[in-house]
Design a protein around this ligand. Structure first.
Ligand code: KIV
Length: 272
């Protein structure tokens, strides 16, 4: 279904709720640096997520666990300098909010103050409710994240689809309603059955943004390195690749290497 797009000069947390109300799907992508964020914003993305997936795609770690709060702030402030329109949400990294609500608030305040971000995202449901409430009470918008929560990968053991069993699905539905009730402005649902994600989206008034959660939700998010084909070895079923930059870039670089070796570069027009 195509829906007439209302113009949002600047996307706010209120615009996202408005989009859901009017049936306009929300587009969200990650970005971690100034140049990429500039292009993503110019292309009209609604939400830029400075995800802790920076730990994987920017730093080469196997999981999202190693990235620090200082590193997230560095990425977020680079992104913020590039953005004119999109809402910028920043992940609270592993270890910056789990031990107690005061620590969670301190971490969220550092992100907001030092990077200029517009909102934060935390992984988890009721078990982190006190931290979420404290951050919300300070006036900081919070996006929730349920389903596959990569910061808990060592508890899950694998990155396979979550909430396929009734018990986990029930908990996820309760958590989504609870996050809405305490004041989260949106929720990311990662890698869960499409029917369940659709049911959750229909049961709450805040936007549900899916990744590997089907088409019945209010918006979609992907990791930019995956959708541009920079991370060519990562091919989950939910991923649509829009480019194959791994091949494009390695091709261009090997051409450059050959040109330098052959003394073809620089030519007479490329020097002073
Ligand atoms: O860190 C991240 O990129 C994320 C998305 C996968 C939603 O949390």
């Amino acid at each position: 279904m195509s829906v007439a797009k209302k113009e949002y000069k600047r996307v706010t947390v209120k615009s996202l709720v408005d989009m859901k109300k009017h049936g306009e799907k929300i587009s969200m992508l990650t970005a971690y640096d100034y140049s990429m964020a500039k292009m993503v914003d110019a292309a009209g993305i609604d939400v830029v997520l400075v995800g802790d997936s920076a730990s994987n795609v920017m730093a080469g770690h196997e999981t999202t666990l190693p990235i620090t709060l200082d590193q997230m702030i560095y990425h977020a402030s680079s992104v913020i300098r590039a953005i004119d329109r999109a809402l910028v949400v920043v992940d609270l990294p592993f270890g910056s909010y789990q031990s107690d609500p005061k620590e969670a608030l301190r971490s969220a305040i550092r992100i907001m103050k030092e990077s200029g971000a517009h909102a934060v995202k935390l992984e988890g449901g009721k078990e982190i409710k006190e931290s979420i409430k404290r951050i919300l009470n300070a006036g900081i918008p919070v996006m929730g994240h349920l389903g596959l929560t990569p910061q808990s990968i060592y508890k899950f053991g694998t990155y396979t689809v979550r909430a396929k069993e009734d018990q986990e699905a029930e908990k996820l539905k309760e958590d989504a309603k609870y996050l809405e009730k305490i004041g989260c402005f949106a929720i990311v649902l990662e890698k869960i059955p499409a029917n369940l994600a659709k049911e959750v989206a229909q049961s709450v008034s805040i936007p549900i943004i899916g990744i590997g959660a089907g088409n019945g939700v209010d918006g979609q998010v992907l990791v930019i390195h995956d959708m541009l084909g920079i991370t060519h070895e990562f091919s989950p079923r939910f991923l649509r690749r829009y480019l194959n930059l791994y091949d494009e870039i390695t091709g261009a670089v090997s051409q450059y290497v050959a040109d330098v070796k052959n003394q073809d570069f620089p030519n007479d027009d490329e020097q002073y």
